[in-house]
Design a protein around this ligand. Structure first.
Ligand SMILES: [Zn+2]
Length: 285
């Protein structure tokens, strides 16, 4: 076999790398390999319950605010840990602060309307401190103003972390193993996410997913989520029912066109209650 000169080999390798680079940047990690699951989400996210739940355990990358409210399906718990590792892989040094998932057996969890069937989770925005370093010692959510800045009562100031929040959202929305139905946050942060995605030349299909499934949502009986409010400190994430939890596990629309979801049935419309602007409609999701 004739020996190629080293320089020619190096040149060929370089050319290959240059060609491969744009393709590689369009590809995203495929998502968590979920453990065999005994967990079972039953019913709807806002009317359901949870069997054989899995506790979200804290790690070096995940802080759990309240262990008694940190139970979910195996798939959701695996997704959270996987996403925290994805962010760390791209931007080391951050901390994912997780609020409520569900109770051990699901059911009502105040003050939320949903969080009942192990498929909802509140995830703090990634924040930077005044020195521009990732905030890693927070055990709470910090509300941010529309300009992305906020603070705690002891005078510490924090700011939205563009790179880590985009890394989180693009990891979650770019995978199909545990499909995400939506990620709620107030509009200014959706705009910042899209801006960061454009800056990083994210692929068009991913930008469309973020455009459609991330941000404020109008919900029945409440227009509040359209305005600035609840989701100014954290994302509220809902994942679809796992395949082996259906049909007892129930999803409501929307069913995005990138989701491979068999036999979608529109759930019967619940009886219309008296319209009243009560405290109920202002509860957190
Ligand atoms: Zn929530």
């Amino acid at each position: 076999m004739p020996r190629l000169p080293t320089a020619a080999l190096a040149l060929a390798a370089l050319a290959l790398a240059v060609v491969a680079l744009p393709v590689e940047s369009q590809r995203l990690p495929p998502g968590p390999v979920t453990q065999p699951s005994r967990s079972h989400s039953i019913g709807y996210g806002n009317r359901g319950r949870l069997l054989h739940s899995v506790a979200l355990e804290p790690t070096d990358l995940v802080r759990v605010r309240n262990a008694t409210h940190a139970h979910g399906t195996q798939e959701l718990v695996d997704l959270i840990h996987w996403a925290s590792r994805e962010v760390e892989r791209r931007y080391p040094g951050g901390m994912l602060v997780v609020g409520d998932l569900s109770r051990t057996r699901g059911g009502r969890l105040r003050p939320h309307r949903s969080h009942r069937a192990g498929r909802d989770v509140d995830i703090s925005f990634y924040l930077k401190d005044a020195a521009g370093e990732p905030a890693t010692d927070l055990n709470r959510f910090v509300r941010l103003r529309a300009n992305g800045k906020g603070g705690t009562r002891d005078g510490r100031v924090f700011e939205w972390d563009d790179e880590r929040n985009w890394a989180l959202v693009s990891a979650l929305m770019g995978q199909d193993r545990v499909p995400v139905q939506y990620l709620m946050c107030v509009r200014p942060f959706k705009e910042r996410l899209l801006e960061e995605g454009r800056r990083q030349h994210a692929p068009a299909w991913l930008m469309r997913r973020v455009e459609e499934a991330v941000g404020p949502r109008r919900t029945r009986g409440s227009r509040r989520s359209l305005s600035y409010g609840t989701h100014d400190s954290h994302f509220h994430m809902r994942v679809y029912c796992a395949g082996d939890d259906r049909p007892r596990c129930k999803d409501k629309p929307p069913f995005w066109d990138w989701i491979d979801y068999p036999e979608v049935e529109e759930p019967p419309a619940p009886p219309r209650r008296q319209r009243r602007r009560s405290r109920r409609s202002r509860r957190r999701r």
